[in-house]
Design a binder for this molecule. Structure first.
Ligand SMILES: [Zn+2]
Length: 279
């Protein structure tokens, strides 16, 4: 399995690049034992690359900025486990996180994906606190995190962040609901197209670092079914597949082959999360 940073190129964290105006901190990748490291230059990594943060009024964003910690989120990193009390929420900028629901016998299925449009940790402001799912990074990259108590404080202000997070939670619920019906009623080929498109929407390139066996785990289907569906897409010239790497060659072709779930979900995300030009 490819343990690299996935679709994101190697980026130096730039300890030597001093930019006194950068207030955000940076931290190491392990979510369970992170030691904050103050970096004074983030080589272009900016919390505003996360759309939820970017949609905040400048005053609200500036209030949060000193407490946003830069995080490296490599492929495969477990950001949180099921029933874990989350200490931070995460705002991905270039990484993509997968929410996985696991059964007692070890089977699992992806219930939602979170990228630069959203935030990991909605249960923190909903009152439950503990994570409902395991969250792992499925496309390596970067993000920013905020301590849970600070998120709660900001949410309790009742301002723009609260409104955005409530809209985002509704979008996330829509995705979970759509995924449940898709997994039950649509073909593996259609599910694969939906899965590829949802991932593609959250990264800046047309290449996804993933094995067929990982896709099978995320969709909760047999690996042979994914191989068969991927071979058909490859034969039709829609994707190119090399070991551990899928390149999408024909995005409209992928959209045409996806079930209604993708288009419906995209419309709902656009409706709920469209920037209201508050900056
Ligand atoms: Zn579907």
């Amino acid at each position: 399995m490819d343990q690299s940073l996935g679709s994101v190129g190697t980026v130096s964290l730039g300890l030597e690049n001093r930019d006194e105006t950068t207030a955000a901190k940076a931290v190491a990748p392990d979510a369970r034992s992170i030691t904050p490291i103050r970096l004074q230059g983030l080589y272009g990594h900016d919390p505003l690359q996360n759309h939820l943060l970017a949609a905040l009024p400048p005053r609200d964003f500036q209030r949060l900025l000193p407490d946003l910690e830069f995080v490296v989120m490599p492929f495969g990193m477990a950001v949180c486990e099921t029933d874990m009390q989350m200490t931070h929420v995460y705002f991905p900028t270039s990484s993509v996180v997968s929410l996985l629901h696991e059964t007692r016998d070890g089977s699992s299925a992806e219930t939602a994906v979170i990228g630069n449009e959203g935030m990991l940790g909605v249960t923190l402001f909903m009152g439950g606190g503990k994570s409902l799912n395991r969250a792992t990074v499925k496309s390596g990259g970067y993000g920013f995190r905020l301590k849970s108590n600070l998120l709660r404080e900001e949410f309790a202000r009742g301002g723009a962040l609260q409104r955005r997070l409530l809209n985002y939670t509704q979008a996330l619920l829509a995705q979970m609901s759509q995924t449940a019906v898709c997994n039950r009623h649509h073909s593996v080929s259609q599910q694969l197209c939906r899965w590829l498109l949802l991932t593609l929407d959250r990264i800046s390139v047309n290449e996804i670092c993933v094995t067929q066996s990982l896709i099978a785990t995320m969709l909760g289907v047999r690996r042979e079914s994914i191989t068969c569906a991927a071979n058909k897409l490859h034969a039709d010239g829609v994707i190119e597949y090399a070991r551990g790497r899928i390149t999408v060659l024909d995005r409209p072709g992928l959209e045409n082959r996806a079930c209604e779930c993708y288009a419906g979900l995209r419309k709902e995300y656009d409706r709920l999360l469209a920037s209201r030009n508050v900056r």
